[in-house]
Design a protein around this ligand. Structure first.
Ligand SMILES: Nc1ncnc2c1ncn2[C@@H]1O[C@H](COP(=O)(O)OP(=O)(O)O)[C@@H](O)[C@H]1O
Ligand SMILES: [Mg+2]
Length: 222
């Protein structure tokens, strides 16, 4: 579904990713981990086509990935309902309501459709943003730290939801929650200036405890 061939990327003269090579197959659930500033968000932006590689090439079989961006929505006063927020994922379609209602059902928020989105908890808002991504029926879903700043219960809700979705959608998720991610995903991309594909079972304990070190080069070249 995605193939990076010798991709490098720099913001102006600040190199972020160097000679990146990896493939993502259709149907995989991939966790993206690595230290702050390592290039995780930059990787998602390259896949989305928001930015272009400085050198190398990116092959994609899916044109329109859906995206749940990093960070929080600051202006909770924005005067729209939960249903309308989800409908924003389908702006080109006049009759967006049935799709938005279905997407809210998928994330378990049907009963909030007519509420102001300001009324949602952090976890519910994150699920509403996932619904907004799902409404366009994407084959590829990119999530940038969807469980950051959520309490444990809300994090579990998101992981349960993604486990359900992964049957139909290829998922790439950036997360700092390594303990959880190594249990949930099929494969891991370690992003730290370079990208090292790793199997969850090979993520060492230091790593899972948040002590990052040099890329695990040579461990898995697939
Ligand atoms: N728009 C930008 N302009 C210049 N530098 C940037 C920009 N966005 C990110 N960077 C830099 O690129 C590096 C990688 O950032 P990012 O991909 O956001 O890392 P991560 O998501 O892994 O924390 C960081 O050093 C960051 O400061
Ligand atoms: Mg980031």
């Amino acid at each position: 579904m995605i193939e990076f061939k010798g991709v490098s990327f720099a913001y102006e003269d600040i190199p972020v990713l160097k000679d990146v090579n990896f493939k993502i197959e259709t149907g995989e659930y991939v966790g993206i981990i690595g230290p702050n500033g390592g290039g995780k968000t930059t990787l998602l932006k390259l896949i989305l086509g928001f930015i272009k590689p400085t050198s190398g090439s990116i092959l994609m079989s899916e044109d329109c990935p859906a995206h749940v961006p990093q960070g929080r929505i600051h202006d909770r006063k924005f005067p729209i309902s939960v249903l309308e927020l989800v409908g924003l994922g389908l702006l080109k379609t006049r009759n967006w309501k049935p799709g938005a209602i279905q997407a809210l059902e998928e994330v378990g928020l049907s009963s909030y459709a007519d509420k102001s989105f300001a009324a949602l908890s952090g976890g519910q808002l994150q699920r509403a943003l996932i619904a907004r991504a799902l409404v366009s029926k994407p084959k590829l879903l990119l999530l940038d730290e969807p469980t950051a700043n959520l309490d444990t219960g809300a994090q579990e809700d998101i992981h349960t939801l993604l486990k359900k979705l992964k049957k139909d959608i290829t998922i790439l998720m950036v997360s700092h929650d390594l303990q959880t991610i190594i249990k949930e995903v099929d494969r891991i991309l370690l992003v730290q200036g370079t990208i090292t594909p790793t199997m969850p079972k090979d993520v060492c304990e230091h790593f899972a405890m948040g002590l990052y070190h040099k890329p695990l080069l040579g461990k898995d070249k697939s």
